[in-house]
Design a protein around this ligand. Structure first.
Ligand code: CP
Length: 302
């Protein structure tokens, strides 16, 4: 694996290999065992959009593997002088980075970077605008697999701000390919039928809440909505995980959310750490999945 740009670039076999490797890292970590890179290898984390989980779990993963971590702060870098993403990555390559993890607001920002004949480093997509979030998708798949040990036939609902969500885009594509049945719910105006119909069907969550295996809520991207038109309280009642909806879930159902959560908007506060919630497990799995991705990219260096 040279770059990780989209979830669809991975075969089902590669996905299972990454899940199995991440599980091995998780078990080894519990025993205090750490596999370290054998030669000096540099990874730069370039986050041009805010992030807590993706940025910091990559940093932890890099340190656990003995990689040299460089964090580029977009505020204090030459990006503030107008330097482009391309020139920033060209610089990272020139100063000896072996890989960069990039989050950027531009959908498919990576196209010009991978087309470059000068840039040789590996690119890991930490989120491209409303495009894709492949490393989140992989940690979500790991979390689902830990629970059910398969994907085929699982009933998965993706709920909420579908229109703006890169997590929804990655997950609907890969879960459909892995054989899950996908349902979408939330405000109908955020459902783009032309784009999403090929992956699943739009439902009223209340008609299926007691049949779902996985209910995946999405962050309402408040920064992209007109606050005068968006009522946070009524969102929970209409579309979110209220205590009443939580009580209707199947015994073995799980609840997911990529986080950060708008508490009492997508999910009621009492449901966030409730027994069926896997939000904390998702965050913890993020470190081990990112270790698996880095080890796969740098396989010749271990
Ligand atoms: N899930 C996720 O991408 O969170 P961050 O924005 O904090 O990285």
């Amino acid at each position: 694996l040279k770059h990780l740009l989209t979830i669809e670039q991975l075969s089902n076999e590669q996905i299972m290999e990454l899940i199995n490797l991440a599980e091995k890292f998780k078990i080894a970590d519990q025993k205090g065992e750490h596999q370290k890179v054998k030669q000096q290898t540099f990874v730069a984390n370039l986050f041009f959009e805010t992030s807590t989980r993706t940025h910091k779990s990559f940093e932890v993963a890099e340190k656990k593997l003995g990689l040299e971590t460089i964090n580029l702060n977009a505020i204090s870098s030459a990006v503030q002088k107008g330097e482009s993403l391309y020139d920033t990555v060209l610089t990272m390559d020139a100063i000896g980075m072996d890989a960069v993890v990039i989050r950027h607001s531009q959908v498919e920002y990576y196209q010009e970077l991978v087309a470059s004949k000068t840039i040789n480093l590996s690119i890991i997509n930490g989120g491209d605008g409303s495009g894709e979030h492949p490393t989140q998708s992989l940690l979500d798949l790991m979390t689902i697999y830990e629970e059910f040990h398969h994907f085929e036939g699982l009933k998965v609902a993706i709920v909420g701000d579908l229109k703006h969500s890169r997590v929804a885009r990655s997950n609907m594509k890969i879960l459909k390919r892995l054989g899950a049945d996908i349902y979408f719910a939330g405000p109908q105006e955020w459902y783009i039928a032309k784009e999403f119909n090929q992956f699943g069907q739009f439902i009223d969550l209340d008609t299926m809440i007691d049949q779902l295996d996985v209910v995946m809520f999405l962050r309402v991207q408040l920064e992209r909505h007109d606050p005068t038109e968006f009522e946070q309280i009524s969102f929970l009642e209409k579309y979110g995980l209220s205590n009443e909806r939580y009580a209707k879930l199947k015994d073995k159902a799980i609840v997911m959310h990529p986080c950060p959560v708008n508490r009492d908007v997508e999910m009621g506060s009492a449901t966030i750490e409730a027994p069926k919630s896997r939000l904390v497990a998702q965050m913890a799995n993020g470190v081990f999945m990112r270790m698996a991705i880095l080890k796969t990219i740098f396989k010749d260096k271990f």
